[in-house]
Design a protein around this ligand. Structure first.
Ligand SMILES: C[S@@+](CC[C@H](N)C(=O)[O-])C[C@H]1O[C@@H](n2cnc3c(N)ncnc32)[C@H](O)[C@@H]1O
Length: 222
């Protein structure tokens, strides 16, 4: 089993959360052929969902080339090559021109730069009245909600995932799957290392499922 198929296993369970991506997307007004930037797209579970939800052009950026390669294969398989592409680029060094995008989407990535800094730095990339959708941890939610206006946005909506969603919908089924395949890879050191890494992430959530609650923030550039 290759590194790629291990990413596929993770993506399969990550796909359980696509319903929340859809919920957030449907909180936006209908936009014709929106230009969307997916920041920290990884292997693109939300990117592909956005391509299904919209008729827009989507650019996914990430620093991890193997994950982008995986996403590139999905783009081709799903028939989105004419309007979805990936760019290897750090979210600290995004150099698209000002006002390039109608929507910026960031699931699980804003913590890398920080909520407030991300909002401020990414604002220039949005067209007037463009939208920023962030999926981030729920800790300090009131603090985050307070910061939104001073960062140049209006909060359109926000919602939390069910308190135990990361455990019941993602980590628990992923752990069961990992247990099923673990011993098969005891002689494949690369795969074994990846599975250990997944298991460590699972253990963190397992120890305190409610600590890992997350929320979507849907904002409009003001
Ligand atoms: C938690 S994953 C989220 C992936 C995807 N958005 C999702 O929801 O499934 C965070 C992603 O941020 C990427 N990342 C980490 N540091 C980054 C950086 N400096 N610039 C761009 N992407 C980065 C990682 O490679 C990873 O794919």
């Amino acid at each position: 089993m290759s590194r790629d198929s291990l990413v596929e296993i993770k993506d399969h369970f990550r796909g359980q959360f696509s319903k929340y991506t859809r919920k957030a997307f449907h909180m936006l007004p209908k936009l014709e052929k929106p230009h969307i930037l997916d920041i920290g797209c990884g292997s693109g579970v939300p990117t592909i969902e956005l391509a299904k939800l919209s008729d827009g052009e989507i650019i996914g950026i990430d620093i991890n080339q193997p994950l982008l390669d995986k996403l590139n294969r999905k783009i081709e398989e799903e028939g989105f090559s004419d309007r979805v592409k990936t760019v290897k680029c750090s979210l600290f060094e995004i150099d698209f021109p000002d006002e390039s995008f109608d929507i910026i989407w960031a699931e699980g990535s804003i913590w890398i730069i920080g909520f407030e800094k991300g909002l401020k730095e990414w604002r220039r990339l949005l067209k007037p009245n463009g939208f920023l959708v962030v999926h981030d941890e729920i800790k300090t939610v009131s603090n985050k909600l307070e910061k939104i206006p001073s960062c140049g946005y209006k909060l359109i909506n926000h919602f939390s995932l069910p308190e135990d969603a990361w455990w019941t919908e993602y980590c628990k089924p992923l752990e069961i799957r990992i247990k099923e395949i673990y011993m098969k890879f005891k002689n494949n050191s690369e795969a074994f290392k990846i599975l250990r890494k997944y298991q460590n992430e699972i253990d963190m959530v397992k120890r305190n499922p409610k600590e890992h609650c997350s929320a979507f923030y849907i904002m409009k550039k003001s």
